[in-house]
Ligand binder design. Structure first.
Ligand SMILES: [Ca+2]
Ligand SMILES: [Ca+2]
Ligand SMILES: [Ca+2]
Ligand SMILES: [Ca+2]
Length: 526
């Protein structure tokens, strides 16, 4: 078969580093989580396993990894699907909710992080002992009390004949949770596969977008513990099969948009491979631009997103460090013979281009856990695709690619939240923005499966002396007049010797740690 798609020219050259860094394992790859599990400042990796326990890879401090799964406790989380990272007990150690058995009977598990490479199953004592065939889950502090609440995505409506509704669990602040789904008004009708929280109205409260096998739904957070279904008015409810939605600011205007990845049948994906286009009646991804008035417009066709892929996992990240968010799609379906290439879509600020093969990422397999993270802390985003699948014989290994050289400037940020007297280390739902000239690059700490919730790599291509940070979140006030004094903005500077980064921190509205900053080879920093 002649393949046309994926060869759009790109300046970024990727190399396969999975074996070099120790992540080239067969682990029944499903959801991936990238976070600092032991507080040493480096990012560790957890991969959920289809037919075994979860895998835990500890970062050795240099971007290489040691498999410490055995005895970690996470190896007991078998048949898992999604991973949600959140510090539910506010002790500074991020915990894991592992959703279980999206296709079969079972339940999720809350795993409390002991900080020493082990996790303890606290599902029962937390009150989360609930049967539920969940594909994923998402942490959020929806009521702003400083404690992370948990939204578990189930499949009410009949997908695989399961009838358990989605559940919102309120964190009682004492290590236990209460099911508040009914009083919150989170009624769902269609089988739900994914969920993402984001403050779409910039009012400091997190709203909920859910992906269904059918119309998506958007719930507006009323601020009193209840939600209103605004899907129809928002214009996001055209039916489609979608596994993953991501809240991000795709056009850097300070208002969160929604990237809704879609799942297509094999014949449609093959059509796209051969032509680069979407067949009649196909379902390309959607990009809902926030119109700032409660409505959204799907601008995907204008962005050149016209292909159809069987996307089961997807993420956003600026892999070429130019200030524009790019997309990574993990594709496939349960069939053992559908080994569909992951797709990398580069954003030039106006259009997305499929650069998968041109960039050198010819990996195949069921991409259940597509992720992007700076695993080595040098500004280069690693493209991680956990592969493997439904059948026990589906034994593909995780693939990891990264740029051969730093493509542009970067600043790595770790969000650490506070709230008057309550320490809220996770800062989930907060956003940070880097203003470079008139362009602001926004990033959100999110609680989606596969995301690195509070670690962000912000990048920019055109360097300026004057840059400005803004942080907004549910427990912070977005007000330019309130700021902390300027502090040293970075722990260390790396990159090629093209000049020293100059990042005056003029305004920090949300306490944070800025980990590293560096510059690439393209331009000298002013
Ligand atoms: Ca914790
Ligand atoms: Ca809460
Ligand atoms: Ca936007
Ligand atoms: Ca980019």
């Amino acid at each position: 078969m002649e393949v046309v798609a994926g060869f759009y020219p790109t300046a970024v050259e990727l190399e396969d580093v999975a074996a070099e860094i120790g992540l080239d394992k067969t682990c029944g790859g499903r959801g991936t989580a990238v976070f600092d599990s032991n507080g040493d400042g480096t990012l560790d990796v957890v991969i959920a396993g289809a037919h075994a326990g979860c895998s835990l890879y500890r970062n050795n401090g240099d971007g290489t990894f040691t498999d410490i799964s055995t005895g970690s406790g996470l190896d007991r989380c078998v048949y898992s699907f999604g991973l949600a990272v959140g510090d539910y007990d506010n002790n500074g150690l991020p915990d894991l909710f592992v959703s279980g058995l999206g296709f079969f009977d079972g339940q999720g598990m809350l795993m409390r992080n002991n900080g020493d490479g082990t996790f303890t199953d606290v599902t029962k004592e937390a009150g989360l002992d609930m049967w539920g065939p969940a594909f994923t889950a998402a942490w959020v502090d929806y009521d702003g009390d400083g404690y992370l609440d948990l939204f578990v995505v189930n499949t009410l409506g009949g997908l695989f004949n399961r009838k358990t509704p989605n559940c919102l669990f309120h964190n009682n602040g004492d290590g236990t949770f209460s099911d508040v789904t009914q009083e919150a008004g989170l009624q769902t009708v269609w089988p739900t596969i994914g969920a993402a929280w984001g403050d779409f109205s910039n009012n400091g409260r997190l709203d909920l977008f859910i992906n269904n096998a059918g119309p998506a739904q958007l719930f507006h957070n009323n601020g009193d513990g209840t939600f209103t279904d605004v899907s129809r008015a928002a214009g996001i409810d055209a039916p489609v099969i979608s596994f993953v939605g991501v809240c991000c600011d795709i056009d850097n205007d300070g208002w969160l948009d929604i990237v809704q990845f879609t799942w297509s049948r094999p014949q449609n994906a093959i059509y796209t491979l051969r032509t680069g286009l979407c067949p009649n009646g196909g379902s390309p991804p959607r990009v809902f631009r926030n119109n700032r008035d409660g409505t959204f417009t799907d601008i995907a066709p204008h962005l050149g997103l016209t292909g159809c892929w069987g996307t089961m996992s997807g993420t956003v990240g600026d892999f070429n460090n130019d200030g524009y968010l790019d997309l990574l799609l993990g594709n496939g379906d349960p069939s053992i013979d559908r080994t569909e290439a992951a797709v990398l879509l580069e954003n030039d600020g106006c259009q997305f281009h499929n650069v998968t093969f041109a960039a050198g990422m010819p990996c195949t397999g069921k991409g259940h856990g597509a992720n992007m993270a700076d695993l080595a802390g040098d500004g280069r985003l690693h493209l991680i695709v956990a592969t493997g699948g439904f059948y026990p014989g589906d034994l593909l290994t995780t693939t990891v690619h990264r740029p051969t050289r730093l493509p542009g400037n970067y600043l790595n940020v770790r969000l650490v939240g506070t709230r008057s007297t309550i320490v809220m280390p996770s800062a989930l739902g907060s956003r940070c923005g880097l203003a470079v000239a008139s362009n602001i690059v926004w990033s959100q700490g999110e609680a989606v499966s596969g995301a690195s919730p509070t670690n962000s790599t912000l990048a920019w291509r055109h360097s300026r002396r004057s840059m400005r940070w803004r942080f907004v979140g549910p427990v912070a006030t977005c007000n330019d007049s309130i700021g902390l004094p300027s502090t040293k903005p970075y722990a260390s500077a790396k990159g090629r010797e093209t000049g020293k980064p100059s990042i005056p921190v003029l305004t920090v509205l949300f306490p944070c740690k800025i980990m590293k900053c560096g510059s690439g080879g393209h331009e000298a920093v002013a």
